[in-house]
Design a protein around this ligand. Structure first.
Ligand code: IPE
Ligand code: IPE
Ligand code: MG
Length: 261
């Protein structure tokens, strides 16, 4: 994606001591960054607040992450917002999250228009409450023609369910004689995942210090660089994002090969 360096510099003025835009190679920005947004509950609990306040605060971080991604010129930003396992949470927390997804999306549509961001969803959206589903569909319809960054929101997403779904589709198509079972390759699987058409993430960020994937993008993260920060999601800002990109640029990606010396 094309970089507007003037806008980017203005966005990244007032640098803290440890990091600045100058620490980043603007020619080597990752194309696709994915984030497991974790730690909302702990952020709230540490302040004596209800967990829901952490989710509300997390929305501000998400808005900033979208803007940061656009400024950095990413092709895609994907974020894990609700897993297939998160239905196990107390009903009032699930309700609050579903409500928050819907209201936030409506509120942020102008930002998507302004920044030419195309929205997509990863996960089984059909199983969501009707209002959330309706708003999501509206978001898809209204941003379908945008050709800037893709913003993928993973909601009711589980990687194992996603892979099982792809296998089921392949089996059905084979049974109908539409595809040859012997020809099923990695590409055939990739094309039937929720992420079809998106490049695999170059960088995965997880906030709140947890060193696990929690059923997120198991297939797509095969060669992704991981960056785990102890920062809780509501405290994650444009500078934290820059630290992650700087760490990414310090890595040697070998994809199983060797680095030419
Ligand atoms: C992440 O924050 C948001 C969702 C999973 C919806 P958490 O709610 O998991 O926060 P912690 O991990 O309990 O602190
Ligand atoms: C992963 O976070 C899911 C999202 C961030 C949406 P969780 O908080 O649900 O993960 P676990 O339970 O700590 O593994
Ligand atoms: Mg969590």
């Amino acid at each position: 994606m094309r970089l507007d360096t003037e806008k980017l510099r203005a966005y990244y003025s007032d640098a803290p001591e440890d990091i600045s835009l100058g620490d980043i190679d603007l020619d080597r920005i990752p194309a696709h960054v994915s984030i497991i947004m974790d730690g909302n509950g702990r952020w709230a609990t540490a302040r004596g607040l209800d967990r829901s306040r952490g989710h509300v605060a997390g929305v501000d971080s998400l808005r900033e992450a979208v803007t940061t991604s656009v400024r950095l010129g990413l092709d895609a930003l994907s974020v894990y917002a609700f897993s297939t396992e998160n239905w196990r949470r107390p009903q009032h927390e699930v309700d609050l999250l579903m409500h928050l997804f819907a209201t936030t999306l409506v509120k942020e549509l102008p930002l998507f228009h302004q920044e030419n961001v195309r929205l997509r969803f990863l996960g089984d959206i059909d199983a969501l409450p009707e209002r959330t589903r309706t708003v999501f569909q509206r978001g898809l319809d209204e941003t379908a023609d945008h050709d800037g960054m893709t913003f993928a929101l993973a909601v009711n997403y589980g990687s194992r369910a996603e892979i099982a779904r792809a296998a089921r589709q392949i089996a059905l198509e084979a049974a109908q004689g539409l595809i040859d079972p012997a020809g099923v390759d990695e590409r055939a699987v990739s094309e039937r995942l929720y992420t079809a058409g998106l490049p695999d993430p170059d960088l995965l960020i997880r906030t709140s210090g947890e060193m696990r994937l929690s059923n997120y993008l198991l297939w797509q993260l095969a060669y992704t660089e991981f960056y785990v920060t102890p920062t809780l999601w509501p405290d994650f800002d444009r500078w934290e994002f820059l630290r992650a990109v700087a760490a990414f640029q310090g890595r040697s990606r070998r994809f199983g090969g060797v680095v030419a010396s």
